[in-house]
Design a protein around this ligand. Structure first.
Ligand SMILES: Cc1cc2nc3c(=O)[nH]c(=O)nc-3n(C[C@H](O)[C@H](O)[C@H](O)COP(=O)(O)OP(=O)(O)OC[C@H]3O[C@@H](n4cnc5c(N)ncnc54)[C@H](O)[C@@H]3O)c2cc1C
Length: 353
C-alpha cells in the first residue's frame, strides 16, 4: 500500500510502460480490462495508477477469484444495508434522520460554518444552526450548496471543470437458462472482452465485462438466471446518445450471434447509461479533496473520492471514507479498529508530488 500512495501521481499507462508491461498485447489488454472493471475507466492514461494498484494489492487477501466468483453483492437489501445500519445507530444515540430533505445551502460566515438551510416538505425553508457540517455530495457538485466565493477560484475551477466522472453503461438481463453452459464456462466467471470497439472516437477502446449474478448472489428466481453486462464510458460519452446506442447495439447483436437460442432465453433487458457511477475523479497529478476543509472551519467532506489517504472508489471507498471522517473529527482511530490492513487507506498520503 506504500507503493500505491507513491503511484497516485502517475497514470496506469505510464506505470505499465515503465515496467515493460505493454509489450505483450494480450497481457496489456487483460490488465487494462481489469482496471476498467475496477475503476470504471477504460483509458489507462486517465486512470491514477495508485488506485488501480490498491485493488491488485488486496486481491489475494480478500481471496478474489475471478474464475469461481467473487462478486461482493448483498442480495437483500443490497448496499442499502449500510445506511440503514447507520440510521439505526444514529437513532439509538438520540440523533435524527431527515429523509428526502434537500440541503439548499451550507452557511459560512467569517470562514466558519454557521449551519445549513434545508428545504421542507411544505415547500418552505428551515435554517439549522451548527458548527460542524459533513458534506456528502460528490466533489463536482458541492458548489450547488456551498457558495464558491468562500473558496479559492482555482480550486472551484478544478473541481467543477477538471474533475470528471467515470460512468457505467450497464445491461441487466433476465434469462431462463444458464447461457454459459453451451461453452463449458463456469458460470461464476467474469468474462472479459477487451477492445470490442476501437478507433471510433471513444476515449479508450470499449471493453465489455459480463457475469451472472445468479451464480453468486442468488437473486434470480429459482432455476432462472440474471446476467449482467457492464462497460466503462466517461461522463461525456454517456451523454452522447450515438455512442451509447453504438455500444448497446453492438452487444445485443453479439449476444444474438454467439448464444444459441438467445431470443427465446431472454425474459427482459434493461440498459442503464449512468454518467456518474464510480465517483468524480481528479485529473492525473491532482489530489483528492481533503476530509477537513482548509477554507472553512467546521466543514468536512465524505464520499468515495475524498481524503488524501483514500484509494479506489465505489461502495468500499465511500465506506472507508465515512470512518476516516469520523476519525478526523473525533481524533479516534476506528479505521485500524474496524478494518483489516488491506481495507484501510494508504499508510500515508502520497508525498512525491
Ligand atoms: C450503475 C452503477 C453501478 C455501480 N456499481 C458498483 C459496484 O458494483 N460496486 C461498487 O462498489 N460501487 C458501485 N457503484 C458506485 C457506488 O454506487 C458509489 O461509489 C457510491 O454510492 C458513492 O457513495 P457516496 O456516498 O460517495 O455518494 P452517493 O452515493 O452519490 O451519495 C451522495 C448523496 O448525496 C445526495 N445529495 C446530493 N445533493 C444533495 C443535497 N443538496 N441535499 C441532500 N442530499 C443531496 C444524493 O442524493 C446522494 O444520495 C455503482 C454506481 C452506479 C451508478
Amino acid at each position: 500500500m506504500e507503493e500505491c500512495a507513491a503511484a497516485m501521481h502517475t497514470d496506469v499507462q505510464s506505470w505499465l510502460e515503465e515496467r515493460g508491461l505493454t509489450a505483450n498485447e494480450e497481457a496489456y489488454d487483460y490488465l487494462k480490462v481489469v482496471m476498467a472493471c475496477q475503476n470504471a475507466m477504460a483509458e489507462p492514461r486517465v486512470a491514477p495508477a495508485g488506485d488501480f494498484l490498491g485493488y491488485m494489492a488486496m486481491a489475494r487477501d480478500i481471496k478474489m477469484n475471478l474464475h469461481s466468483g467473487s462478486v461482493a453483492t448483498i442480495a437483500e437489501p443490497g448496499c442499502m444495508a449500510i445506511p440503514q445500519a447507520m440510521e439505526e445507530a444514529l437513532n439509538a444515540a438520540g440523533g435524527e434522520i431527515r429523509r428526502s430533505t434537500p440541503v439548499e445551502e451550507i452557511i459560512i460566515e467569517g470562514g466558519k460554518i454557521r449551519g445549513v438551510i434545508i428545504r421542507c416538505r411544505d415547500g418552505g425553508y428551515e435554517s439549522i444552526e451548527c458548527d460542524t457540517v459533513i458534506c456528502n455530495i460528490p466533489p463536482k457538485h458541492i458548489f450547488n450548496v456551498l457558495h464558491p466565493r468562500h473558496f479559492p477560484a482555482g480550486w472551484v475551477d478544478l473541481l467543477q471543470n477538471k474533475f470528471w466522472s467515470a460512468g457505467l453503461l450497464t445491461g441487466y438481463m433476465g434469462l431462463k437458462n444458464n447461457i454459459w453452459e453451451q461453452f463449458g464456462v463456469d458460470e461464476r466467471s467474469f468474462i472479459w472482452m477487451p477492445g470490442i470497439i476501437k478507433h471510433e472516437g471513444f476515449i479508450g477502446a470499449v471493453d465489455m465485462v459480463m457475469w451472472s449474478f445468479a451464480a453468486c448472489a442468488k437473486r434470480a428466481p429459482e432455476g432462472k438466471r440474471d446476467f449482467c453486462f457492464s462497460t466503462a464510458l466517461t461522463d461525456q460519452e454517456m451523454r452522447n446518445p450515438k455512442k451509447v446506442t453504438r455500444v448497446i447495439n453492438y452487444c445485443m447483436d453479439w449476444f444474438k450471434k454467439n448464444f444459441k437460442g438467445w431470443e427465446e432465453n431472454v425474459e427482459f433487458v434493461i440498459w442503464t447509461p449512468s454518467d456518474e457511477a464510480y465517483g468524480n475523479w481528479r485529473p492525473i497529478g491532482e489530489k483528492r479533496p481533503p476530509l477537513r476543509s482548509p477554507y472553512a472551519d467546521g466543514l468536512f467532506f465524505v464520499g468515495d473520492q475524498y481524503g488524501e489517504r483514500l484509494w479506489g472508489g465505489g461502495v468500499d471507498g465511500a465506506s472507508l471514507c465515512a470512518v476516516m471522517v469520523v476519525d478526523e473529527i473525533m481524533a479516534t482511530d476506528l479505521e485500524s479498529e474496524l478494518f483489516p490492513p488491506y481495507h484501510r487507506g494508504t499508510p500515508k498520503p502520497a508525498t512525491n508530488w
